[in-house]
Write a protein that binds this ligand. Structure first.
Ligand code: SF4
Ligand code: SF4
Length: 110
């Protein structure tokens, strides 16, 4: 399980998506095929106009306007946009952990 909300916020953090405690929109540029190929449905899917296309026809996200609704991620057929993180109850977390019970038992921990 990877938890979000790390308070250290080191400048060299290799998992910056773990710093904010709330879900947030991630963009994996290498998966984005750009407006010329897909038509950029991500732009029109945004209800608050937070996505504009860069010179390469790829999304540029205005983080101050984005409310992390996830509409653009649903519209992107290439999985280039993705909402990272979700709220879970303790019971839901434990249900995930339980899937690896045999591993924890065999290794004496985890
Ligand atoms: S993020 Fe997805 S929908 Fe938007 S331009 Fe890239 S591939 Fe197309
Ligand atoms: S997550 Fe929602 S508000 Fe943010 S850029 Fe995507 S569609 Fe717009």
């Amino acid at each position: 399980m990877f938890l979000k909300g790390c308070p250290l916020q080191c400048l060299w953090c290799c998992n910056p998506e773990s710093q904010k405690s709330e879900p947030e929109l991630g963009f994996i540029e290498s998966r984005c095929v750009g407006n010329g190929v897909c038509g950029a449905p991500c732009v029109s899917a945004c209800p608050v106009g937070a996505i504009h296309l860069s010179g390469q026809g790829k999304p540029s996200i205005d983080r101050k306007t984005c409310d992390e609704c996830g509409n653009c991620a649903d519209a992107c057929g290439k999985d280039a946009l993705k909402v990272v993180g979700r709220e879970m109850t303790v019971a839901e977390v434990m249900a995930e952990v339980e899937k690896d019970r045999a591993f924890y038992r065999r290794s004496g921990g985890g």
